[in-house]
Design a binder for this molecule. Sequence first.
Ligand code: ADP
Length: 406
Amino acid sequence: RPGSRRASCRIGPTVCRQVSMSTENPVVKAIADALSHVNDPEIKRPITDLNMIDEITVDEQGRAFVRILLTVAGCPLKTKLREQATEAVRSVDGVTSVSVELGTMTDEQRDALKVQLRGDVPERVIPFAQPGNTTKVIAVSSGKGGVGKSSVTVNLALALAQLGREVGLLDADIYGHSVPDMLGLGDAHPTPLDDMLLPVPGLGIKSISIGMMKPNKSDVIAWRGPILDRALTQLLADVHWGDLDYLLIDLPPGTGDIAMSLGQKLPNAEVLVVTTPQQAASEVAERAGTMAGIMQQRVLGVVENMSWLEVTAPKSRETFRVELFGTGGGQKAADALSERLGTTIPLLGQIPLDVELRSGGDDGDPIVITHPDSPAAEAITELAKTIDARPRGLVGINLGVQPVSH
Ligand code: ADP
């Protein structure tokens, strides 16, 4: 405001503590000191050390203004951060009122932060993203939870292994991370080897779960931004996957941070969409299409799960199918996606409902291993064969298909 003298400290990319030391105004310096006791709720380090303070201003009346840069715009913990910063500044002698504004870091600032968090250790390369890498990366997604995405991913991985392929399974579903239980791995943790991690072997595949990165099994993962990004990079680059024919990734339902992060890291991945006959085709296509757009990746195809239940009549022993959740949803979703993406997206398989599939998931005894002759296991094995039979030249290569909006 004209006429009022204000002491301000514009901190920018340098470390706040150092700049505040050089400022003449003792109140600004005291505010910077107070803010050095406020931790970023996610990264759990002082916001001053993380270069998150953009500006500190105090006018003659002691009215303080602080601008803090968040790592990501939609940071769910921003209210908490604002409250803590406000409280810290309010406690400073000479401050009569506090206004805390929240902004967002630029890409450059975020990159600088990632480097800082990593220390001097250079970022490892992700083998699957290197030119000439022949691993086919398949990211399994669904529009919503509960459609059987994880069950299909786990059993598909095992079916591919039964065909003689080397298979890795990465459970990136931060909300569900049910893969270890479905594989019967319990509390297994990856084994450290030098500065790498060995994925957990079991049932003929190698797997690792984002849930294994938590200090305690019961912890809820609330990672976002650089921390989430770092965890995913670690799961891809710091894990000794070896030579894989397939890497299957169990994505969280819907679209979001993980899809975006993985899209950048694995530009050659393909997306497999799991749906049910019941789910609205337009909704599935909308979500999956948006996600393929975010990830800039090809959609491999659609799998319809829970397609029917095979029942046997008690007297005649005749078997027939009951379509509990309706019919045709998978094909409709494939058609809607084809239209949206401007390219043919096939319905790659239909998997029936099967009590053994459910109980096998609960008990850690997957159906393709325990009941390979059941209709559901056979459908999954057929799906694995269809995926594996695709011409090698095209598999895993980004064909540059961009979503078309209608
Ligand atoms: P999502 O990963 O989409 O949330 P899950 O794979 O965890 O779904 O499956 C949700 C529940 O449905 C689990 O209890 C699972 O065992 C069960 N389920 C999934 N597919 C089938 C199926 N084809 N037949 C019977 N139960 C199934």
